[in-house]
Design a protein around this ligand. Structure first.
Ligand code: FES
Length: 98
């Protein structure tokens, strides 16, 4: 199973293949905003990819559109849309460093 690591908490664990980054955060007990419920229309679930971006699913139209509207540049991804295909490390922006 792919390993996902979240900063700044440093929480890490293996999650089933093709889980979204948002689902992975929830499995690891992390709170991640997701105001629209995972429909790529709010951008509150944004994360910054620090490593393993190639191990995430391709950015599809809805995500690309929302990233553009929110003026989020790479390596930002919407955690509700990015599916985990291999090891990845992401940062949750705005979280206090612990
Ligand atoms: S939860 Fe709204 S865009 Fe991901």
């Amino acid at each position: 199973m792919p390993k996902v690591t979240f900063y700044p908490s440093g929480k890490s664990g293996e999650v089933p293949d093709k889980k979204s980054v948002l689902e992975a955060a929830e499995l690891l007990g992390l709170e991640l905003a997701h105001e629209c419920g995972g429909f790529a229309t709010c951008s509150t679930c944004r994360v910054v990819v620090e490593a393993g971006g190639e191990n995430l699913s391709e950015i599809e139209f809805d995500e690309e559109n929302m990233l553009e509207v929110a003026e989020l540049l790479p390596p930002h991804r919407l955690s509700c849309q990015a599916r985990i295909l291999g090891d990845v490390t992401v940062r949750i922006p705005g979280e206090a460093t612990s």
